[in-house]
Design a protein around this ligand. Sequence first.
Ligand code: ATP
Length: 152
Amino acid sequence: DWLNVTRFDVASVVRELSEVLGKTFQREIRVHTDGHSVQMKGDKDKIRQLLLILIDNAIKYSKEPIDVRIRPHKNGIKLEVTDYGIGVPESEIPYMFERFYRVDEARNRSTGGSGLGLSIAKKIVDIHEGNVEVYSKPGNGTTISIQLPRKI
Ligand code: ATP
């Protein structure tokens, strides 16, 4: 994959994106950062796309406010997108990052996704040598937690 690596402030990427998506979809997106800036080295456009996919899913699969957290973590950063929506059954979590996979077609038909978003998100995490964890409970909501090395 072709990467355009720079050093940038992830917190400001998250704030800009949350503002645009919040206004566009008329949803409350709360951004929590430890301090003002969280620096990392990576492909800024791809990290923005990753955040867009996660926040877009949180919007589609919940009705409440969404919480986005960014903080320094070990030798890198941690990004977490939390929603209080329909959640994902535990048995489906291993498959949700597969291409075209959608949990329960019927339940999802109205949101009209392609099932590609998370497979792209996973790819972006992989090329940054990061990893993904999912915490979810049907009816309570979902947290997608991404760790990325800072690489400075
Ligand atoms: P799109 O490609 O447009 O994003 P999609 O949302 O269907 O469509 P993915 O982003 O790949 O596709 O997500 C795969 C499946 O994982 C979704 O269809 C949905 O069932 C489930 N999922 C993803 N994020 C969430 C979430 N925040 N809450 C509940 N289910 C989710």
